[in-house]
Every structure is written in structure tokens, then in C-alpha cells.
Write a protein that binds this ligand. Structure first.
Ligand code: IMP
Ligand code: MG
Length: 178
């Protein structure tokens, strides 16, 4: 499909599924090199990261755990937000290597909040894996170990990413038409 319509907005094809899959595989290869002997815990941030996390996991052929957290955001403006934990962490991660998996780092506020939360559970190490990063929107001090692709500062949907709940199910990624 070259374009989709969600509510009142139209979106144009931006990244094809095959390319996204190659990107995820490359991330998995790097994670494997670094962490294959560490039995890491992957902590996926719902809802957006569910497809990315599932595809990433299928490329990891070593022992690891996966768990999920879910936040709700109340945005004050583009850079700050208050978060509420809707699903918290129910694993003991003391002394473990943790990899947070996110769909996209935009301003970096969400990942910063999650990092602070996870740190309080005394893991040995925390790494972050984000499929997409928007460097133009992102604060410079963001800690990101594995980035799939840098994307322009445009709103995108598909492959887990949504516009008001719609669009997560598309296998390609689409960019908003201005
Ligand atoms: P941040 O807190 O500004 O880094 O934003 C991260 C969260 O905002 C991601 O987990 C996404 O849920 C959402 N988000 C940011 N940019 C986009 C986008 O272009 N499309 C869909 N969701 C986005
Ligand atoms: Mg998200």
C-alpha cells in the first residue's frame, strides 16, 4: 500500500517491511555479540514496542527473559510529560543485565523516565534498544545503546506505532502527509 488514512490524516509509505526486518536483524546480531552469555532481561515498553520486541526476540538464539511495562502519558508540552505506570515490572532484576526495548525515541522523555524507574531495582547494567530515533527532537544526553534507524522529525505510524490508537497493525511504516 502506498498510503493509508487514519481518522482525518493521510500517511505515505516511508519504510517497507523488508527493510525494517533487516534493520531488526542487524540490531539482534549486535545484541547477540554483546549479551549472549549474560541471560539478559528484555523489558518492552507497551504498547508501541510490542511488534519490534516480538521480531527482535525471534532473532535471539540464546537464553533471555522478556517482560513488559506500560505507561500512560499526560503531555504538558513537547518535551515534558507526567507518567503513570499502568503495568509495572513484576520480575526481580537485581544483578541482571536489562535491555529496554522501545519503538521510538522522540524527545527522550519516556526512555529517561523508564531508565530512572528500572535503576531503582538494582540491575547490574541497563542498555536501551530503540528501533527508531528522531535526532532532531531528541535531547543530547539520551542514553541509547542500540538504534535501528534515525528518522526525520515527522510523525510516523505502522509496525507498532500509532496515531491515536490506529495504525499499529500495518507491517510497513508510513509518514504523515503535511
Ligand atoms: P518521547 O518520550 O518524546 O521520546 O516519545 C516516545 C514515545 O512517543 C514513543 O514511545 C511513542 O509511543 C511516541 N511517539 C513518538 N514519536 C512518535 C511517532 O512519530 N509516531 C508514533 N508515536 C510516536
Ligand atoms: Mg511508546
Amino acid at each position: 500500500m502506498s498510503g493509508i488514512k487514519l481518522y482525518d490524516k493521510t500517511f505515505q509509505l516511508f519504510l517497507r517491511s523488508e527493510f525494517i526486518q533487516q534493520t531488526v536483524k542487524k540490531m539482534a546480531d549486535r545484541i547477540t555479540l554483546d549479551l549472549k552469555d549474560q541471560n539478559p532481561v528484555f523489558i518492552s515498553v507497551l504498547n508501541g514496542a510490542f511488534i519490534f520486541t516480538a521480531d527482535l526476540m525471534r532473532h535471539l538464539h540464546f537464553n533471555c527473559h522478556v517482560s513488559f511495562v506500560k505507561l500512560s502519558t499526560y503531555r504538558n508540552d513537547s518535551s515534558t510529560g507526567t507518567y503513570k505506570e499502568l503495568i509495572g515490572l513484576n520480575e526481580d532484576i537485581t544483578g541482571r543485565t536489562v535491555v529496554i526495548t522501545e519503538d521510538i525515541i522522540d524527545t527522550g522523555a519516556t526512555i529517561t523516565f523508564i531508565l530512572e524507574k528500572i535503576k531503582k531495582n538494582n540491575p547490574a547494567e541497563i542498555r536501551t534498544a530503540a528501533l527508531f530515533l528522531k535526532p532532531e527532537a531528541c535531547r543530547t544526553d539520551i542514553h541509547a545503546d542500540y538504534i535501528g534507524l534515525e528518522v526525520p522529525n515527522d510523525f510516523i505510524v505502522g509496525y507498532g506505532l500509532d496515531y491515536n490508537g490506529l495504525g499499529r497493525n500495518f507491517k510497513d511504516v508510513y509518514k504523515i502527509e503535511n
